[in-house]
Design a protein around this ligand. Sequence first.
Ligand SMILES: [Zn+2]
Length: 247
Amino acid sequence: MEEEEEKKKKRRKPYDRHLFLRLMLILFLGFALSTCKACPNAGDGVLSIHLSTADPIPGSVRETWMREAIAAVVSLHGPCPFQPFGAVFVDHTLSQEGVKICAGANHEISDPTLHGEVAAIRNCVAKHGQPRIGSFFKNLSLYSTAEPCPMCMSALRWAGVREVIFATTTPRLSEFGWGMIEIRAEEVNAKSVNVRDPVPYLLGEILTNETDQFFTWQFDKSGKCPAGCARDAKTSNLCVKKAVSSM
Ligand SMILES: [Zn+2]
Protein backbone atom coordinates (compact mmCIF):
# COMPACT_ATOMS: atom_id res chain seq x y z
CA MET A 1 0.00 0.00 0.00
CA GLU A 2 2.76 2.40 0.98
CA GLU A 3 4.58 1.70 -2.25
CA GLU A 4 1.40 2.46 -4.20
CA GLU A 5 0.94 5.74 -2.31
CA GLU A 6 4.55 6.72 -2.99
CA LYS A 7 4.06 6.03 -6.71
CA LYS A 8 0.95 8.25 -6.73
CA LYS A 9 2.88 11.10 -5.11
CA LYS A 10 5.60 10.82 -7.72
CA ARG A 11 3.04 10.89 -10.51
CA ARG A 12 1.46 14.02 -9.04
CA LYS A 13 4.71 15.94 -8.73
CA PRO A 14 5.12 17.10 -12.36
CA TYR A 15 1.48 18.26 -12.40
CA ASP A 16 1.96 20.23 -9.19
CA ARG A 17 5.11 21.81 -10.51
CA HIS A 18 3.32 22.91 -13.70
CA LEU A 19 0.46 24.31 -11.64
CA PHE A 20 2.90 26.31 -9.55
CA LEU A 21 4.63 27.65 -12.67
CA ARG A 22 1.28 28.60 -14.19
CA LEU A 23 0.28 30.46 -11.05
CA MET A 24 3.60 32.32 -11.06
CA LEU A 25 3.09 33.23 -14.73
CA ILE A 26 -0.44 34.53 -14.06
CA LEU A 27 0.81 36.60 -11.11
CA PHE A 28 3.66 38.01 -13.21
CA LEU A 29 1.36 38.91 -16.14
CA GLY A 30 -1.12 40.52 -13.77
CA PHE A 31 1.64 42.64 -12.26
CA ALA A 32 3.05 43.56 -15.67
CA LEU A 33 -0.36 44.65 -17.01
CA SER A 34 -1.15 46.68 -13.89
CA THR A 35 2.07 48.66 -14.27
CA CYS A 36 2.23 48.81 -18.07
CA LYS A 37 2.43 52.40 -19.32
CA ALA A 38 2.20 51.58 -23.00
CA CYS A 39 -0.78 49.25 -22.87
CA PRO A 40 -3.90 50.47 -24.69
CA ASN A 41 -6.04 50.46 -21.55
CA ALA A 42 -3.53 52.03 -19.21
CA GLY A 43 -5.43 55.31 -18.75
CA ASP A 44 -3.32 58.45 -18.81
CA GLY A 45 -0.18 56.38 -19.26
CA VAL A 46 -1.07 55.70 -22.90
CA LEU A 47 0.45 58.99 -23.92
CA SER A 48 3.77 58.43 -22.21
CA ILE A 49 5.23 56.33 -25.03
CA HIS A 50 4.71 59.22 -27.40
CA LEU A 51 5.66 62.00 -25.04
CA SER A 52 8.97 60.26 -24.40
CA THR A 53 9.63 59.96 -28.14
CA ALA A 54 11.80 62.77 -29.45
CA ASP A 55 9.57 65.10 -31.45
CA PRO A 56 11.28 66.17 -34.69
CA ILE A 57 9.35 69.48 -34.72
CA PRO A 58 10.37 72.22 -32.22
CA GLY A 59 7.91 72.82 -29.38
CA SER A 60 7.56 76.49 -30.34
CA VAL A 61 6.34 75.45 -33.80
CA ARG A 62 3.82 73.04 -32.27
CA GLU A 63 2.52 75.83 -30.03
CA THR A 64 2.20 78.27 -32.93
CA TRP A 65 -0.06 75.84 -34.78
CA MET A 66 -2.07 75.04 -31.66
CA ARG A 67 -2.80 78.77 -31.39
CA GLU A 68 -4.03 78.55 -34.97
CA ALA A 69 -6.41 75.76 -33.92
CA ILE A 70 -7.70 78.03 -31.13
CA ALA A 71 -8.06 80.85 -33.68
CA ALA A 72 -10.13 78.54 -35.93
CA VAL A 73 -12.86 78.25 -33.30
CA VAL A 74 -12.58 81.79 -31.88
CA SER A 75 -12.91 83.31 -35.36
CA LEU A 76 -16.13 81.34 -35.90
CA HIS A 77 -17.74 81.56 -32.45
CA GLY A 78 -16.09 84.52 -30.69
CA PRO A 79 -13.73 84.64 -27.65
CA CYS A 80 -15.78 82.34 -25.39
CA PRO A 81 -17.20 79.58 -27.59
CA PHE A 82 -19.37 77.07 -25.71
CA GLN A 83 -17.89 74.26 -27.83
CA PRO A 84 -14.26 75.38 -28.08
CA PHE A 85 -13.06 72.61 -30.36
CA GLY A 86 -10.95 73.98 -33.21
CA ALA A 87 -8.66 72.16 -35.62
CA VAL A 88 -6.16 72.99 -38.33
CA PHE A 89 -4.37 70.84 -40.90
CA VAL A 90 -0.70 71.66 -41.46
CA ASP A 91 1.87 70.25 -43.89
CA HIS A 92 5.26 69.88 -42.16
CA THR A 93 6.72 67.97 -45.11
CA LEU A 94 6.92 71.17 -47.17
CA SER A 95 8.90 72.91 -44.41
CA GLN A 96 9.59 72.23 -40.74
CA GLU A 97 7.68 75.38 -39.80
CA GLY A 98 4.66 73.97 -41.61
CA VAL A 99 2.16 75.30 -44.12
CA LYS A 100 -1.50 75.75 -43.24
CA ILE A 101 -3.76 73.70 -45.51
CA CYS A 102 -7.22 74.22 -44.02
CA ALA A 103 -9.07 74.53 -40.69
CA GLY A 104 -12.40 73.85 -39.05
CA ALA A 105 -14.34 74.36 -35.85
CA ASN A 106 -17.06 72.53 -33.99
CA HIS A 107 -20.55 73.22 -35.27
CA GLU A 108 -22.63 70.54 -33.54
CA ILE A 109 -25.58 72.89 -33.46
CA SER A 110 -26.14 72.16 -37.16
CA ASP A 111 -24.78 68.59 -37.33
CA PRO A 112 -23.93 66.33 -34.35
CA THR A 113 -20.98 64.83 -36.22
CA LEU A 114 -19.50 68.23 -36.99
CA HIS A 115 -16.76 68.18 -34.37
CA GLY A 116 -13.74 70.41 -35.03
CA GLU A 117 -11.67 67.62 -36.62
CA VAL A 118 -14.49 66.42 -38.90
CA ALA A 119 -15.25 70.03 -39.88
CA ALA A 120 -11.57 70.47 -40.81
CA ILE A 121 -11.58 67.25 -42.89
CA ARG A 122 -14.70 68.40 -44.75
CA ASN A 123 -13.29 71.88 -45.32
CA CYS A 124 -10.07 70.34 -46.64
CA VAL A 125 -11.90 68.06 -49.05
CA ALA A 126 -14.14 70.93 -50.22
CA LYS A 127 -11.12 73.17 -50.75
CA HIS A 128 -8.62 70.65 -52.14
CA GLY A 129 -10.86 67.76 -53.28
CA GLN A 130 -8.66 64.89 -54.44
CA PRO A 131 -9.54 61.67 -56.25
CA ARG A 132 -7.54 59.67 -53.70
CA ILE A 133 -8.29 61.06 -50.25
CA GLY A 134 -5.66 58.92 -48.47
CA SER A 135 -2.85 60.29 -50.57
CA PHE A 136 -4.00 63.84 -49.89
CA PHE A 137 -3.91 63.54 -46.08
CA LYS A 138 -0.77 61.43 -45.79
CA ASN A 139 1.53 64.46 -45.42
CA LEU A 140 -0.75 66.38 -43.09
CA SER A 141 -0.64 66.98 -39.33
CA LEU A 142 -3.87 67.71 -37.51
CA TYR A 143 -3.74 70.16 -34.60
CA SER A 144 -6.74 70.10 -32.30
CA THR A 145 -7.55 72.09 -29.16
CA ALA A 146 -8.63 68.82 -27.51
CA GLU A 147 -7.88 65.12 -27.83
CA PRO A 148 -9.97 63.69 -30.68
CA CYS A 149 -12.98 61.67 -29.57
CA PRO A 150 -13.21 58.08 -30.94
CA MET A 151 -15.40 59.26 -33.83
CA CYS A 152 -12.91 61.93 -34.90
CA MET A 153 -9.83 59.77 -34.28
CA SER A 154 -11.36 57.05 -36.41
CA ALA A 155 -12.09 59.59 -39.17
CA LEU A 156 -8.48 60.81 -38.98
CA ARG A 157 -7.26 57.21 -39.12
CA TRP A 158 -9.39 56.52 -42.21
CA ALA A 159 -8.14 59.75 -43.78
CA GLY A 160 -4.55 58.51 -43.30
CA VAL A 161 -3.15 61.60 -41.59
CA ARG A 162 0.54 61.70 -40.68
CA GLU A 163 0.28 63.20 -37.17
CA VAL A 164 -2.35 64.13 -34.59
CA ILE A 165 -1.32 66.87 -32.14
CA PHE A 166 -3.75 67.85 -29.42
CA ALA A 167 -3.96 70.05 -26.34
CA THR A 168 -6.47 69.26 -23.56
CA THR A 169 -6.81 65.52 -22.94
CA THR A 170 -9.98 63.43 -22.73
CA PRO A 171 -9.58 62.72 -18.97
CA ARG A 172 -9.19 66.47 -18.33
CA LEU A 173 -12.39 67.19 -20.27
CA SER A 174 -14.19 64.58 -18.14
CA GLU A 175 -12.85 66.29 -15.00
CA PHE A 176 -14.24 69.60 -16.27
CA GLY A 177 -17.69 68.02 -16.61
CA TRP A 178 -17.81 67.33 -20.34
CA GLY A 179 -19.72 64.24 -21.47
CA MET A 180 -17.07 62.01 -23.01
CA ILE A 181 -16.70 58.60 -24.62
CA GLU A 182 -13.46 57.68 -22.91
CA ILE A 183 -11.72 55.77 -25.66
CA ARG A 184 -8.37 57.44 -26.01
CA ALA A 185 -6.82 58.42 -29.35
CA GLU A 186 -4.00 55.97 -28.62
CA GLU A 187 -6.50 53.15 -28.20
CA VAL A 188 -8.06 53.88 -31.60
CA ASN A 189 -4.55 53.69 -33.08
CA ALA A 190 -3.79 50.46 -31.26
CA LYS A 191 -7.05 48.81 -32.28
CA SER A 192 -6.85 49.70 -35.99
CA VAL A 193 -6.45 46.39 -37.81
CA ASN A 194 -5.25 46.17 -41.42
CA VAL A 195 -5.66 49.90 -41.92
CA ARG A 196 -3.17 50.45 -44.73
CA ASP A 197 -1.91 53.91 -43.85
CA PRO A 198 0.91 54.26 -41.31
CA VAL A 199 -0.18 54.74 -37.71
CA PRO A 200 -0.21 58.50 -37.06
CA TYR A 201 2.24 59.97 -34.58
CA LEU A 202 0.35 61.20 -31.50
CA LEU A 203 1.40 64.08 -29.30
CA GLY A 204 -0.79 65.42 -26.50
CA GLU A 205 -0.96 68.16 -23.87
CA ILE A 206 0.49 70.86 -26.14
CA LEU A 207 -0.29 74.40 -24.93
CA THR A 208 -2.86 73.27 -22.33
CA ASN A 209 -2.01 76.37 -20.29
CA GLU A 210 -3.86 78.27 -23.02
CA THR A 211 -6.50 75.77 -24.13
CA ASP A 212 -7.78 74.56 -20.71
CA GLN A 213 -9.30 77.96 -19.91
CA PHE A 214 -11.71 77.47 -22.82
CA PHE A 215 -13.07 74.23 -21.37
CA THR A 216 -13.38 74.92 -17.63
CA TRP A 217 -16.33 77.33 -17.36
CA GLN A 218 -19.25 75.61 -19.14
CA PHE A 219 -20.23 73.14 -16.39
CA ASP A 220 -18.78 74.93 -13.37
CA LYS A 221 -20.58 78.18 -12.73
CA SER A 222 -17.73 79.32 -10.49
CA GLY A 223 -15.21 78.64 -13.27
CA LYS A 224 -13.31 81.61 -14.64
CA CYS A 225 -14.29 82.86 -18.10
CA PRO A 226 -11.75 82.92 -20.96
CA ALA A 227 -9.94 86.22 -21.59
CA GLY A 228 -12.26 88.92 -22.92
CA CYS A 229 -15.41 87.25 -21.53
CA ALA A 230 -17.59 87.61 -18.43
CA ARG A 231 -20.57 85.85 -16.84
CA ASP A 232 -23.87 87.19 -18.01
CA ALA A 233 -27.08 86.77 -15.96
CA LYS A 234 -29.16 87.25 -19.10
CA THR A 235 -27.74 84.03 -20.64
CA SER A 236 -28.08 81.71 -17.58
CA ASN A 237 -24.75 83.00 -16.32
CA LEU A 238 -22.78 81.76 -19.30
CA CYS A 239 -19.55 83.43 -20.34
CA VAL A 240 -20.13 85.95 -23.09
CA LYS A 241 -17.94 88.47 -24.82
CA LYS A 242 -17.40 91.53 -22.64
CA ALA A 243 -19.25 94.57 -23.88
CA VAL A 244 -16.96 97.23 -25.29
CA SER A 245 -17.09 100.34 -23.14
CA SER A 246 -18.34 103.44 -24.94
CA MET A 247 -15.93 105.58 -22.90
ZN1 LIG B 1 -14.90 64.35 -32.05
